[in-house]
Design a protein around this ligand. Sequence first.
Ligand SMILES: [Zn+2]
Length: 393
Amino acid sequence: MSWTANKVFNNGKDFVDWLDKNYGSYVSSSISRVHVHHTYKPDHSNNQPTVDLHRNMRNYHVNTNGWQDVAQHITIGKDGKIVLGRNITMMPASATGYNGTSASHPFMFETIGNFDKGNDILGGSQLDSVLAVCHYIHVTKGKPCVFHRECLINGKAPKTCPGSGLDKSKFMTQVKAYKGKAPSSGTVSAPNTETKPATVSKPKRTWTKVTGNWTGQTLGIGEYGAPVKQLQTMLANNKPPYYPNKGAKNNGVDSYYGDDTEDAVRRFQSMNGLTADGMAGKATYAKLNGKSTSAPAKSTPKKASIKVDGYWGAATTKALQRYFGTPVDGKISKPSPMVKALQALVGVTADGYLGPDTYKAMQRRFKTPVDGKVSNPSVMVKELQRRLNAGKL
Ligand SMILES: [Zn+2]
């Protein structure tokens, strides 16, 4: 049966069974991770049926914001009911710079409630459904489970989402231990006193072998082999070290790219001004080697003197190239080192290709209307030109 907007499932188990049957292979091939959110508003004080709250969100997004669809793939109500939203085969509008591509993107859900400390408690049937979904994607399918607040923008958490009351490591322990029913104690709120998270056994994961020398080809969770070991060794030998697991044998350098390695990569990236996606690619490789491909220019950039006309031509590209200290030829290669530096500055994946995500992030930074498009002339480009002339983006 196909994805039908507003279809309701009574609980997480029913939904996961259905999802696995109808979209199991799609999740394996095209879902990169699961993104966890809370709605903040509406919260648990709202007693409308989950499907109505979901419909309201959808109407708001489509009619008020003019979006194509609701942002999330599913909504999880306080009663644990799950309502289908945006088709799973579409990229979500989950977190700026972290929405993936149509070929590989996160699965995004909104949990109705405000789970910031001192507000709603995630427990009971709702927690059960949340754990069922995360367990399926993280443990059964071996994909990372990511809180919205881990999707850093310019090295900073965009929000507390899914709530400052949710402790990530405790949450992950519950996801891994989930066996078709949530613990009766319910809540995953942060404990009042610091307690050590229980040791959990590694989830069963299918490992994909990678070979050769690591020279910056992208490595990610679920891979093992010599290149992963090289990456782990570089992380451990870095000053300061980013051990995959300081408490483990050989500091966790074991050739397996699991949660610990992903976490180490993410910490390294966020401390070095890279997009903290937990995947080790060219930019991470270059930084670990002490080279910089995407950091903002070190010296004070010179002020440009270009026409402020809103048209992005060779003069604007040259000014950007000078600003970032990349080769100056007025052309945008694919990928382009200048675009990479620009992307690192505005906090999106630094892949060197200009696209709607980069434009949106620029529009947000420049406080011009956010539509992910560049018209001719464009107010965003005008602001870009103004800032280049002022020598400060
Ligand atoms: Zn969120």
